[in-house]
Design a protein around this ligand. Sequence first.
Ligand code: IVH
Length: 692
Amino acid sequence: MNPADRIIELTEKLNYYNDRYYQDSVSEISDQEFDLMLKELESLEAEYPELKQPDSPTHRVGGGITKNFASVVHRYPMLSLANTYSEQELLDFDERVRKGLNGESYEYICEQKFDGISLSMTYQNRLFVRGVTRGDGVKGDDITTNIKTLKSLPLKVNNKEDIILPDFFEVRGEGFLPFESFERMNREAEEAGEESYANPRNAASGTFKLQDSKEVARRGLDAYVYQFLSDDEIFSTHEESLIALKKLGFKVSETWRKCNNMAEVMAYINEWEQERYKLPLATDGIVIKLNSFAQREELGYTAKSPRWAIAYKYKAESKPAILRGVTYQVGRTGAITPVAELDNEKLNNKGIHLSGTTVKRASLHNANEIERLDLRIGDTVFVEKGGEIIPKVTGVDLTRRNLFISQKIEYPTHCPECGAELYRKEGEANHYCPNEKGCPPQIRGRIEHFIHRKAMNIDSLGEGKIELLYEKGLVNDAADLYDLTYEKLFGLEKVIEDKETGKIKKIGFKEKTVQNILEGIEKSKQMPFKQVLFAIGIRFVGATVAEKLAGFFKNIDAIKSASYDELRTAPEIGDKIALSILDYFQNEDNNQFIERLRAAGLQFTAGNEVKEIEGEALAGKTFLYTGTFENFEREALEQKIEANGGKIVSGVSGKLDYLIVGEKPGSSKLEKAKKLNVKMISEIEFMEMLAL
Ligand code: IVH
């Protein structure tokens, strides 16, 4: 079979299996067979990029980097919904609808209010061409490359005889991070000593706007669609459009229901109040929409929202719990975090059941928060978990305080782990343990940070193994990792208890484990400078800041010798980060640590930095543009061309492949292009090229 036919065959087959899996939950072939076919397609596409299909499943693995997302004006503005928490206001809404429709009969569709970020997806000739965030409702960010990674979103919609689609249509829905992906992401962030996200919505929003689409693909986003838009109305009811969207291959949540009156709406709301916790994603209420599109038109819109829909929001669930005690955690920076140990009234160590999960602990953040809440051990406290997934203590039930039993909380003056006297930095609410060199959780935390995936990526080591190495006196800082040998490691063992589950497990260093550890350490010497810079753990220098610094200063010595003002000239480096960097290099221990890492062979100079790449659709082609454009500012247009492999030239010549002609084009360019027979394309045609 020739490569062209094979590429088409593989694309079709893989898309079919993908849809069966993500839409119908059926695996028709094994993961292994699937991966094999995908690999074959990838290598064929690498060899013949011009044959790559617009709906190729390889788009889903990501790979392109977008530095600045282009701003795109929505064809139809993205409005918001009026909100209510009360049943009475819902009845008032229904009354307004009844009056507005002058006695006609009407139906509602109730849907879940998914707690993510709204997305707009444009299709042209059945192909996905563009994905945009809501932004300010009028214009949003073009995040096409990231949206392409959503496995449940069709890159080409099914061809259904009974649905006659317009050439252009838009589908809207909610992008979200399922609980499972969210929890994994936060676990990883915690292991790296980074801030975790407060809830899946924030995490989804951050992820959709990542520059690196490969990382987006890895995080496991998903989307439900709930709206079809086109210039010509092709459906007459919302119900019809939802059924059609599903047939076309979109992921439509099965949770919607048609309701004939407010009693049915209320029944739906009550049913889902608890049921919603069984869904794989966060929801924060119910959306009630008029079913008929003609009736929607009759009611119209206010400046901000449609008059034909309303969102009913559930109140955050709050439950009482007993505060058994407060424990104190020491982080890698020495910051102390007080944690409320919570239980039910029977004090049987089973915690309380809240919004679908068991809660036994909640962060109290710092001493001020304990004071603000006026907490005492033994108190009955209110614990709340709304859209926020992390539970919080919101107050004390003073009517249930037993003055004889409850105990005042004495905030520790000394570190619970090493005994050093705690101190507070000016302007910060946290207490800190100053014993950087001798406090075990700080030492272990720094090494755990060092091996993190985004840092040195030594995945053959983990928390338990580091604890063992530290206890045996083999590593006291990350540079010690590079002195480890087979002889030192072989045969070490330890029994550890998982703090969350209480399970006991044994870790032992046998031949294979030792080999893996040493290989992982060896490989880390090749990690790029930006990762090394993140790994060494300068306060406030996270992975993104490290990347910016590495790109700007190119090597560690330049950063070390930079003055405050020089640091501030680097992109996104503010006062806090600049001071922290200066502080870091003023400490001789840190400089020695860096020298030991340098001697071990780590990369302290930037190599080839990543280029902004979205695809190769315009590879080898030259472009020039004239006039103004509906969807792109000039800079964004240039960026789009370059990110897709095209080149921008300065003037019209016989060598120019395309002149993109916008509104009010320059007449000299047009004339010259005509004379030289240069192909002229419209903005839409240019966008079509990008979709390919
Ligand atoms: S319909 C005119 N349906 O809620 C707006 N929105 O406050 C039509 N949302 O920005 C939106 N679930 O991101 C609709 N089933 C659902 C929804 C939903 C979540 C979000 C959406 C929108 C916001 C409106």
